[in-house]
Every structure is written in C-alpha cells, then in structure tokens.
Design a binder for this molecule. Structure first.
Ligand SMILES: [Zn+2]
Length: 90
C-alpha cells in the first residue's frame, strides 16, 4: 500500500497518509492542526540500513567501483598480500 507524507504549511508537522491504489491526493488536512498539508517526497531511503541501500544500488555502480579499483592499484585490498614474499629457509 503506497504511503504518502504531507508537510503542513502551517505547523510543519508531517502527516502520513495510507493511500488506496488510485488515490494520490496532493494535499490533505494536517493531522495536527487541520491546515493544508502538501504532499512531499517521502524519504523511505532514510530508514533503510546501509546494507539495504547497497542492495538497492544499480549494478552499474558495482561495475563502476570494480573499474575504479582496477585503475587504482592503491585501492586493491589484496595489494599487501601480493607484496608478501614467501618465507625462505636461511
Ligand atoms: Zn499542521
């Protein structure tokens, strides 16, 4: 069910409105003072954990990161391992 948020023009409080499918009002009466509240872009991403945000990222960002890693040797997490020399018997 879509959820819309509205910010009151008068008291700045946020009102939440659970919408039916084709019901997308631009304004509702404020829950707090009954003045007109305008629909705002809701911010569900703010409530997501970092993991959820990462999962929602477009795969193109993964490719961008991979590409950046390849062209930036210092960013390679294995660089220290590659630098290690095998132990030798003396
Ligand atoms: Zn209000």
């Amino acid at each position: 069910m879509p959820i819309f948020e509205f910010r009151c023009n008068d008291c700045d409080q946020i009102s939440t409105y659970f919408s039916r499918a084709n019901d997308r009002p631009e304004t509702i009466p404020c829950d707090h003072c009954s003045a007109k509240a305008d629909r705002i872009i809701s911010r569900p991403s703010v409530r997501l954990s970092m993991t959820s945000k990462m999962e929602k990222l477009d795969p193109k960002y993964d490719r961008m990161v991979d590409k950046a890693m390849r062209s930036t040797p210092e960013a390679d997490p294995d660089r220290h391992l590659k630098r290690l020399k095998p132990l030798k018997d003396s």
